[in-house]
Ligand binder design. Sequence first.
Ligand code: ATR
Length: 277
Amino acid sequence: MTDKYAVIGNPIAHSKSPLIHQAFAKQTNQDISYQALLAPLDEFELTIKRLIDDGYKGVNVTVPFKLQAFLLSNHLTPFAQVARAANTLVLERNNIQGHNTDGIGFITDVTQNLNTPLQGVRILLLGAGGAAFGILQSLLENNPSFVIISNRTFSKANEAAKVLSNLIESSNRNTVCMAVPLDDLGDMEFDVIINSTSTGLSDAALPIPNVVFAKNSLAYEMMYGRETPFMAQARANGARVADGLGMLVEQAAQAFYIWRGVRPETTPVIAMLRNRN
Ligand code: ATR
């Protein structure tokens, strides 16, 4: 029997997840269906209950429901707990498992697809919203030498830095983590610069000094689909530049693995999506 899966969001029409999961299923001969579902803004929980009644085995969750998915879960992985968000649910009649695969997706894209180890490197994380919290646990597990978190609203950078510092302390790691105001980045340089802000949506430029882009650094824009001011600035300063399309496919691959126990090949799927643009 065909196992049913879906991605739930609002809006959802733009989602590439059905395309990605259908490609994974074909490639691995898994008998699944996967569709995009628009949930009314006040009916996330009801939608999930209906899907469980309909025999759905799992869902991906996107904007604006990741916090609600987290709150609805009976069991949460450490990744979801730190992120305070779930993007992948395993649905059973009396049990909802909440996972967050964004961090693993990010790390796999950076370390494997972009051949950039994170061990011992200097990381600048720009932004302190949901996208930043989604990768904190995974950053830590890769033992960078330090992580500076910078954000327009400094108190949120501080909050994220505190979460990361507590994780570092409780796991006996040596990474140093600090919040630094955007206009105090001064003469600091970094090996990996991550833009987790939503500035790319509005074409707003982030006020970061050019010096942050060290020689051979990687500038990672979590958004995909267009050249953002952050990417343009990084390129002009000689950094290697990546957008978030690889992360999108890798977080989906991790969700697919959680559901099906099979790891799909991501390279052809990333290439397929790039060719469609
Ligand atoms: P997401 O889930 O995409 O991370 P979010 O939680 O709303 O969305 O966070 C958006 C991030 O982008 C925040 O770090 C936000 O900065 P503030 O905390 O100061 O709001 C950042 N951001 C959005 N627009 C920005 C802009 N024009 N300049 C600088 N930072 C911006």
